[in-house]
Design a protein around this ligand. Structure first.
Ligand SMILES: [Zn+2]
Length: 264
């Protein structure tokens, strides 16, 4: 009673997914909407919500996102989408309130509300897939400042003898350049656990999270999370405790549920 109907948009680089509902047990999800031009894609998104009486919509968006302007930044590698004020477009077209954050921050919030880190107010969510992104909850709030964190672009030492140049168009051999899905495909990924463990060490020394949720397609590699766990512990040398590494619990629904969590 009195609960305003809320919606969610998982805005991904290859597909958008929309939903209306209140949580995992009560969620009506749209078929995937392929990401094309902003006009074509958002037309389908708006059509899904039209006439449903939704009052608020959370958008978990591929980035980088200009959080102040509720827009995709002019630096996104998706050229058609540079500078698109996605939040404002949705808000005006559907006459709703909009909350926008990065896809990874949304997923972090979803895991906090319904998934692997319920009741944990200091954690990091790292996704290792086509790209690498991280969201941090500190004292119960998602960390954001000048922009949102971009943990995928941490600088790391090199494994001795590794000649791989890295695939990040901006930095070459940053974390994403060395350990993302495309990097593993190009390099063979022999040092995947080393690079991930070093990144987690830097994150641990900076934020001291109690848990780190490791999501994304690359983390489904057999034995990888176990190898990272061992290596992280070794690298910390017992100086500070190692955070618990866990897998996400929301699976395929993490993006859309996280987007919903932005407005609940
Ligand atoms: Zn980079």
């Amino acid at each position: 009673m009195g609960t305003a109907l809320v919606g969610a948009i998982e805005a991904g680089g290859t597909k958008f997914i929309c939903a209306v509902g209140t949580g995992p047990a009560d969620l009506e999800v749209s078929p995937p909407i392929p990401t094309r031009s902003p006009e074509e894609t958002l037309r389908d998104v708006i059509a899904f919500f039209a006439g449903r009486g939704v009052k608020k919509i959370g958008i978990g968006c591929f980035g980088p996102v200009d959080l102040e302007r509720a827009a995709i930044t002019k630096t996104t590698p998706k050229l058609d989408w540079r500078g698109v004020p996605i939040g404002t477009i949705i808000q005006r077209a559907l006459d709703v309130k909009v909350a926008i954050d990065t896809d990874v921050n949304a997923a972090a919030l979803g895991e906090h509300r319904w998934g692997a880190v319920q009741g944990i107010d200091d954690f990091v969510y790292l996704t290792v897939g086509t790209g690498i992104g991280g969201g941090a909850m500190v004292n119960g709030r998602l960390a954001r400042g000048l922009a949102h964190p971009e943990m995928g672009h941490l600088r790391l030492p090199r494994v001795k003898g590794d000649r791989f140049k890295g695939v990040c168009p901006l930095h070459g051999d940053c974390l994403e350049g060395m350990a993302s899905g495309p990097a593993v495909a190009a390099s063979g990924g022999a040092y995947e656990a080393d690079y991930l463990a070093w990144a987690l060490m830097n994150i641990t020394c900076t934020l001291s999270p109690k848990m780190i949720v490791m999501g994304g397609g690359v983390m489904k590699t057999k034995g990888l999370i176990e190898a990272v766990r061992v290596k992280l512990k070794q690298e910390l040398r017992g100086y500070v405790p190692a955070p618990k590494l866990v897998r996400p619990k929301l699976g395929d629904r993490a993006g859309v549920l996280g987007s919903l969590a932005l407005v609940l």
